[in-house]
Design a protein around this ligand. Structure first.
Ligand code: NAD
Ligand code: MG
Length: 297
């Protein structure tokens, strides 16, 4: 199979999928997603860029986080994965791929809406990995609603808790553990600048993540810790089928990009590898857009 380092036509690297209308209870599983995705298990080739590094990745059981976890392992890192207990099946799958790649995977299930879990998570990961020098804040909650009146307080608060407040809480707890040279990477979204009318709460958290990332980068730069963000466009993941999109939009998901197709999770992974590795030593407060060509500010 072609790997990510071989030249290919980006239009045809992956088929332009037409996912059937489908529903999964939140948080959704990759194991039962139709069609299945490429998380790099057969296609990501490592080149030693994260040799000996120790990473904590949230939402690493599925979708983009799983692809990032697999890429980091192939690049030589050991990885702690955090995810919701309901996602154990996906997490075990990612653990298997990481171990087949010759690296260590540590599973830490828990709820990032829980303040105590956020506060204890970095130390749990560092104890298990023997240190921590990459933190990827990637977990996200996305529930589409046609009207603002349909967004309950419960949804609003959960979305802010998971998407942005957990970043403050986890980073606060991680900082005493991170050495100079460490890297923090936050998953934001094209929704931060191009909000869909059905994703008001979600898009608002993503705009907040951009401000958080740029501000924190200035605060931590002088301490030798770099903070950056990745802003994906439409990637086919379980988030989309567990009420992340209105059902009628699923068959056309990602077709309005300039490549005419949705992204496959492994296509976002090199952006995280670049920002995690020492090769991006002069890159701080940056947002890498991986979105199929949509113009960004
Ligand atoms: P995904 O469903 O595979 O991953 C999201 C993960 O978030 C879940 O696997 C789950 O483990 C985690 N999560 C959700 N609620 C949680 C909670 N309460 N506690 C702990 N973990 C929780 O979907 P994905 O598309 O890979 O999403 C990953 C990130 O990428 C999210 O931040 C999402 O906003 C962002 N993103 C995705 C897209 C896309 O098109 N798929 C586009 C832009 C941004
Ligand atoms: Mg998941």
């Amino acid at each position: 199979m072609t790997d990510q380092l071989q030249m290919v036509d980006p239009v045809t690297r992956y088929p332009s999928i037409e996912p059937p209308k489908q529903h999964q209870e939140e948080p959704g599983l990759d194991a039962t997603l139709e069609p299945q995705t490429d998380r790099g298990q057969d296609t990501y080739r490592g080149t030693g860029r994260l040799e000996g590094r120790k990473a904590l990745i949230s939402g690493a059981d599925s979708g983009l986080g799983a692809a990032v976890a697999i890429a980091f392992a192939r690049e030589g890192a050991d990885v702690a994965l955090t995810y919701l207990p309901a996602e154990e099946r996906d997490a075990e799958w990612v653990k298997g791929v990481i171990e087949e790649s010759g690296r260590t995977a540590v599973l830490i299930p828990g709820d990032l809406a829980d303040k105590d879990f956020c506060a204890s998570l970095p130390k749990t990961a560092a104890d298990a990995l023997g240190g921590l020098d990459i933190l990827v804040n990637n977990a996200g909650k996305q529930i589409a609603q046609e009207e603002i009146a349909d967004i309950t307080d419960e949804q609003l608060e959960q979305t802010f808790d998971v998407n942005i407040l957990s970043m403050f809480r986890v980073v606060r707890a991680a900082l005493p553990l991170l050495p100079k040279g460490a890297s923090i990477i936050n998953s934001t979204s094209v929704q931060a600048y191009k909000p869909s009318e059905t994703l008001l709460d979600y898009a608002s958290t993503k705009a907040a993540i951009n401000a958080f990332t740029k501000g924190l980068a200035q605060q931590l730069g002088p301490q030798g810790i770099r903070v950056n963000a990745v802003a994906p466009g439409p990637f086919w993941t379980p988030l989309q089928v567990s009420d992340g999109q209105p059902k009628e939009k699923l068959p056309k998901f990602g077709k309005d990009t300039y490549l005419g197709r949705a992204g496959q999770p492994t296509e976002v992974a090199p952006a995280y590898v670049f920002l995690a590795s020492a090769e991006s030593s002069y890159v701080l407060g940056e947002t890498l857009n991986v979105n199929g060509g949509m113009p960004t500010p």
